[in-house]
Write a protein that binds this ligand. Structure first.
Ligand code: GLU
Length: 271
């Protein structure tokens, strides 16, 4: 049994991250498993080494530990390229030169309340031999679904427990490789969960909609299939989901104010 916490070092960790990390670590502890850490830093325009250092310090302060070395995605770009090549060899990808804003929306981990628009398929007719530097690479979802056939995934979290059909149709032809970094969240996450031997993917409910796609990519890439555990999101007093901009809830701020890790654990409902 292996779980992970996979933050992107784009800002300070806040209570929502603490909840996610503690949920994963707690599950691992109760099932005699292993809690792993992964730094999701493929987006070099937004990730900073100082945020990564602060993340490690915050998690250690919370009382968490993990086996070293920590997997840092930016160290493994060739592995994502190989996975992309495999999907291309199956005839499931195409190059896309549509707008940057479109691509950005599709590439970072999807954010709650901001669904990216469905890609209209403008470039779907283009063969991979036509790929030019500066093109993104998209998944031809209709072809991928036709090849894979019906799939299911198992959710063990409290919000939607059970077995669900894995239908990524609402996501459309997602970007598998950004024009600037040669990979993207959806591809990197499935490659790394397999690489780290993750059996229980613990993460926030904001990534629930991405799960059918991850299940499909695992199938197409011949990767082992974990179970998922999506947890509730921690909200502020007005009901808004906490975001990295909410520095007042940053763990570092709370720590500087004298809040103890024990109090944070209790506040978030952990023993
Ligand atoms: N790196 C993602 C985030 O910070 C989490 C991805 C995942 O857990 O699958 O939102």
């Amino acid at each position: 049994m292996r779980t992970r916490f996979a933050p992107s070092p784009t800002g300070p960790l806040h209570l929502g991250h603490a909840f996610s990390a503690l949920t994963a670590a707690d599950l691992a502890r109760r099932q005699d498993g292993t809690f792993l850490l992964r730094i999701e830093d493929i987006d070099r325009t937004r990730c900073r080494p100082e945020h990564e250092a602060a993340i490690l310090a915050d998690l250690a302060w919370l009382g968490l530990s993990w086996p070293e070395p920590v997997l840092r995605q930016s160290d493994h770009l060739p592995r994502y390229a190989r996975a992309l090549d495999r999907l291309a060899a199956l005839g499931l990808t195409y190059p896309c030169r549509c707008t940057r804003a479109d691509i950005r929306a599709a590439l970072s981990a999807p954010q709650e309340n901001a669904p990216s628009p469905l890609y209209p398929g403008t470039c779907r007719h283009r063969p991979m031999s036509d790929a030019a530097p500066g093109d993104a690479i998209r998944l031809d979802l209709a072809r991928a679904l036709a090849l894979a056939g019906p799939l299911e995934f198992t959710e063990t979290g409290p919000l939607h427990p059970g077995t669900h059909p894995a239908d990524p149709t609402p996501l459309g032809d997602v970007v598998l490789a950004r024009r600037d970094i040669g990979t993207a969240y959806h591809l990197a996450v499935v490659v790394d969960d397999a690489r780290q031997g993750i059996t229980h993917v613990v993460r926030g409910a904001d990534l629930w909609e991405a799960t059918p796609l991850h299940r499909l990519l695992q199938h197409l890439l011949g990767l082992p299939v974990p179970v998922w555990h999506h947890h509730r999101l921690i909200r502020d007093a007005s009901g808004r989901r906490l975001a990295k901009r909410d520095d007042a809830r940053a763990l570092a701020t709370l720590r500087a104010e004298g809040v103890t890790p024990e109090r944070i654990r209790r506040q978030l409902g952990f023993p």
